[in-house]
Design a protein around this ligand. Sequence first.
Ligand code: NOJ
Length: 762
Amino acid sequence: MKLPLLGLAFALVSQAALAADAAPALQDKQAFIDHLLGQMNQAEKIGQLRLISIGPEMTAQTIREEIAAGRIGGTFNSRTAAENRPMQDAAMRSRLKIPMFFAYDTVHGERTIFPISLGLASSWDLAAIAQVGRTSAIEASADALDMTFAPMVDIARDPRWGRTSEGFGEDTYLTSRISETMVRAFQGKSPAERDSILAIVKHFALYGAVEGGRDYNTVDMSLPKMYNDYLPPYRAGIDAGAGGVMVALNSINGVPATANTWLMNDLLRKDWGFKGVTISDHGAIQELIRHGVARDGREAAKLAIKAGIDMSMNDSLYGEELPGLLKSGEVSQAELDQAVREVLGAKYEMGLFKDPYVRIGKPEDDVPDTYAESRLHRDAARDVAKRSLVLLENREQTLPLSKSAAIAVVGPLADAPIDMMGSWAADGRPQHSVTVREGLRRALDGRGKLVYAKGANVTGDKAILDYLNFLNFDAPEIVDDPRPPAVLIDEAVKAAQQADVVVAVVGESRGMSHESSSRTTLEIPASQRELIKALKATGKPLVLVLMNGRPLSIGWEREQADAILETWFSGTEGGNAIADVLFGDYNPSGKLPITFPRSVGQIPLYYNHLSIGRPFTPGQPGNYTSQYFEEPNGPLYPFGYGLSYSSFALSDLSLSSKHLQRGETLQAKVTVRNTGKRDGETVVQLYLQDVTGSMSRPVKELKRFEKLMLKAGESRTLAFELGEDDLKFYNAQLQHVAEAGTFNVQVGLDSQDVQQQSFDLR
Ligand code: NOJ
């Protein structure tokens, strides 16, 4: 990480740092931290490793006392200056006045909620994603937060996993580019700036590959797959300067990440040269006992600190066990000091030694109303949200809708403010959400006609309902309509009969795509499918607006609907953004960052699988090829897919050379033309295939993409530069090599429908 410019630091050094006369200048990070470390007693050192949750576990009074006694290093879950100031005051009363930091899960917005990460990835728009990170940092830092537990860059190829919603999809390259974009945006010019927050990349590592998609489950993976597919997004975030890493809850090939010396020391610190702080996940050190690798708390603490886990989230064990472990010599002074050094280093990077109140500010500047409308960034949220929507179907130009039409807006998610926000919605408030119903109403502005009916509950299954409501949070997560299903459907059918077109907002409630919300099916719940069936029977054009946090198997729905718009959980301004697309004020441009399977039985299904000996050839079913015989093979919607109200065509793919010399580059050129009648954006995607290697290689891998706007009829030629580095992969010996041979360059507007040219690497 680069050192922040600390300029006029001297005046404040004395305040935070120490009674000692010979305190070194604040600009010299190493000397400053070494000196501070030299002043600390053992209890104060251990205190720095403890990250405490603000919540029912400890009263505010106890927390302040603990801080003043030097027994807490940082907290998370508080989110206003008024809450954090008394804690920082307590730290300033402690013997060495080491400042606290305040962290939170600012994942896709802090007060203004942007689309969930899967939606952000669907935009394929790095500038828009950077705006999300920056706006989040501005809002979070304005609320006295110094650190975010984001970005979450776990590759997810099993959509049964509820946390698929929190990541950027299945692809290594796309996720890596987003990872670095988010880190840079959160941290701004420097994480020490007043309006920056320190990024903690998570969950290191491979959390998205939990077996069976069951949350917290084990991960068993070959090293080449790990190095080629799963690790690069963490590395990209780290190389972009992320100040920290959060450690995954899962085990990797039998060893929990939290006790994994190979992962945390050999790979992260030695191979990658990571210099920041490592933070356990919530209670993960304690969980080493249930993982079956530690007999008791003492052993768990020992394993974790020796593996290189600097901070213990929601700690009890570091506080309780490290004194004894140090006394017996099982944990060395050097091991303790190393962890403390990283925590102090992170505080240094956040600018807290220079000014512990840099983000807290002065009491007189505290905002009178934390939830004031004026604190939101609605324009940015609407702009990003509309870019994240993916048009999956549009038969006979059902969309865009006319603003003079009579529209029936129905479905359990049509007017669901909590669900608009998606999971991990930081301090977003449902009352700020624009629902789909409200977005349509505003867009019509008195024109046309809008009738609403709920039509169905999210689920008719009482056990599921109880589960989803148990998960929450602040208010009942799901408001269940007690009327019988037939009555609800009847009401929706009546609404449909009065309308020219039906917009049915269906899918998952946000809690269904959440931590610990794994599913065995990817179907829309039966209560909602009954509604769709009844709506279809009215004969009215049917537009499905999907809300969900994972790919769903919607083969049946595809047959019923005239148009389908995938909206994920689109955030505070989601309803307005969806209306922008439904009425054609914005021409949809999103592309899927994850494959949609036909059924749950196909999982894992991802576009960049390895070549195999007996591949299934579409259109040629037969025995002894790799296939399922009960349903069509391949995805329902491939990675990279998404429609527009316009149409685009690629032509003239050419390479500047048929040979690539090592150390040189070649250019792939392609012409893209807007062949439709509307201006619009599309995403040109370039994939590479290493045809023959020392190991089987993926059938294709995304290596470049460009989102561009073209006026109706306009065409443009794009040039993508490719070099040896783009051809490299980790071989069986984990060497990062580009092997001589033939490479196919495939360019398309999705991952399936591509044009191809080839070159050789010599
Ligand atoms: C547990 C989650 O796994 C992690 O992603 C999150 O950052 C922490 N809780 C803190 O909220």
